[in-house]
Design a protein around this ligand. Structure first.
Ligand code: 0RQ
Length: 496
């Protein structure tokens, strides 16, 4: 029996309320906590209306990426006109790169405050997943916080998806706060990953609730595959370096909180750190709590985690739900303007590990655009952390596409993290510690330690023959590897 006074709607009835062109904020930070029933119904509505010759395309804002049943479904139905701030869907990526969807690639920490400042204009609708909504407007969020508290506050009308599947005890992990606009901001009272500063629910004006859609489904999170040799080698270099820093006293004996991006390399690093006998127990101040962390927390290796989302495959989230007495006191789920807050990341001294697509010999990093033009996913939270980390690692395999692509290039074809933010670059070949190095010493460290041997001569020649300056570049040849790739399918020059 519902405990709220709001009308219960079918997903189709809910979707019918949202008009063409609406600006809609959805819950979801990765597939965790994403709205599940209404997006599919919106995609159906778009297809039906298009068949009748009527347009139906929305402006879509979420916390970060979502699952296949959200972005993929909406993009396949051509129901998205504008999208921010991050995505990881094949169909949506295709439309973004074809120029059919306007995509705004943003630092995730900026999203809530941009809503608060009015930078996106008025938000028409919010669709947010919850375990419960109350008559007085408390919304108990599910497996992510993301941008949900902000869209609930700013949207003119709201639909709540009440999902029966997640544990009703998730509220014990949530800490919701929205920063007021400047100039009335006080210091953020987060001094430890488990500090709490808000309340365990989001709030809205109950008069805005148009209805509740009931669901009963887990998040669509795929389990991680076992790390491959390349991921294991990268993880090995990161761990060896962290141990060296610990022994040298540059990391305090009780360690510092860690952040790691999504993906198999990140998972391999975390699993490797947890298994290493010389690494002390540690904490995390991160945006995504992934599968490997459940094991580490159960084993007592990971003692506390602050996150924006519990991005866990169904078996792993079930383990959390089955032992809430163990997990709830050790995890805080926060909105993204706090998990990714530059000031807090710097205050806590977070060690950050994120993934690059390509890096140049001077340490600039491209995490988003293949050959400078083709969007992959977006910058996500990697910039929030990299710029402000105590130690900031960027990791990548040295080769892509069977060696046709070198991840180390003379000049990146797009810049997400510049040389001023990137401290340590790691591939399976080795690690370049760029701290305190000028451009020429950086180039040597990156080429000799990180580039794949088959590309080293080409990169050495580039630097040697480039125009003398503080940074050596040949503006005519800086993208010759990218040009080779486009012209004959391989970055190496003909004959090498
Ligand atoms: O393509 O799948 O077709 O083979 O890019 O590469 O090696 O599988 O690595 O899945 O970790 O993705 C940077 C995209 C890496 C991701 C990026 C091709 C490669 C493959 C994927 P295929 P891998 P990953 C936390 C922080 C930015 C956001 C971020 C990302 C595909 O990590 O989006 O860090 N990061 N957020 O073959 C052409 C190159 C290439 C290349 C790899 N140089 N040129 N293609 N590929 N390097 C998350 C949140 O913010 C929520």
């Amino acid at each position: 029996m519902p405990t709220h006074p709001f009308p219960t709607l079918s997903a189709d009835e809910a979707a019918a309320l949202i008009p063409d062109g609406a600006f809609v904020g959805f819950s979801g930070f990765t597939p965790a906590g994403a709205a599940k029933a209404v997006p599919a119904a919106l995609a159906d509505r778009a297809r039906t209306l298009r068949a009748a010759g009527e347009p139906y395309r929305l402006r879509v804002l979420t916390g970060a990426s979502t699952g296949d049943d959200f972005d993929e479904t909406l993009a396949e139905a051509d129901a998205i006109a504008w999208r921010a701030p991050y995505q990881s869907s094949r169909a949506l990526r295709r439309r973004v790169n074809a120029g059919e969807v306007e995509f705004v690639d943003m630092h995730l920490s900026h999203v809530p405050q941009m809503l608060e400042f009015g930078f996106f204009g008025a938000m028409d609708w919010a669709v947010v997943e919850a375990t419960e909504v109350t008559a007085d407007g408390r919304v108990y969020l599910t497996t992510s916080s993301g941008v949900s508290p902000s869209v609930l506050r700013h949207a003119e009308r709201v639909l709540i998806e009440v999902n029966r599947h997640p544990s009703k005890r998730l509220w014990e992990m949530h800490d919701v706060a929205i920063l007021p606009p400047p100039p009335y901001r006080s210091p953020i009272p987060i001094h430890h990953p488990l500090s709490k500063m808000g309340v365990p629910f989001a709030v809205l004006d109950p008069a805005k609730v148009a209805g509740v859609v009931e669901t009963d489904a887990p998040d669509d999170v795929a389990p991680f595959s076992a790390p491959d040799d390349v991921s294991r080698d990268i993880a090995g270099h990161v761990i060896e370096f962290l141990l060296h820093e610990l022994r040298s006293g540059r990391i305090p004996p009780d360690f510092l909180p860690l952040q790691s991006g999504v993906g198999n390399v990140a998972n391999a690093v975390m699993a490797g750190l947890g298994a290493h006998p010389d690494v002390p127990t540690f904490t995390m101040y991160t945006e995504v709590f992934q599968d490997a962390l459940v094991d580490l927390m159960e084993a007592g290796r990971l003692t506390a985690a602050s996150t924006c989302a519990l991005t866990l495959s169904p078996p792993q989230i079930q383990r959390v739900y089955d032992r809430m007495d163990v997990f709830a006191p050790k995890i805080v789920v926060r909105p993204q303007e706090l998990t990714n807050n530059p000031g807090v990341v710097r205050r806590l001294g977070v060690i950050t590990i994120n993934t690059a697509l390509e890096a140049d010999v001077y340490g600039n990093v491209n995490s988003t655009h293949v050959a400078g033009t083709q969007m992959v996913n977006g910058i996500g939270g990697s910039g929030d952390y990299t710029r402000n980390g105590y130690l900031s690692f960027l990791v990548t395999p040295s080769l892509a596409k069977g060696g046709a692509i070198s991840a180390i290039v003379p000049m990146v074809s797009h810049v997400d993290h510049n040389e001023h933010s990137v401290q340590i670059l790691v591939t399976e070949q080795g690690l370049a510690d760029l701290r305190g190095l000028g451009p020429m010493a950086r180039a040597e460290a990156v080429i000799e330690n990180c580039a794949h041997p088959m590309y080293r001569d080409t990169l050495r020649d580039y630097v040697r023959d480039a125009r003398q300056g503080h940074i050596r570049h040949d503006l005519g040849g800086a993208f010759s590897l990218h040009r080779n790739l486009i012209e004959h399918g391989h970055m190496l020059p003909a004959g090498r």
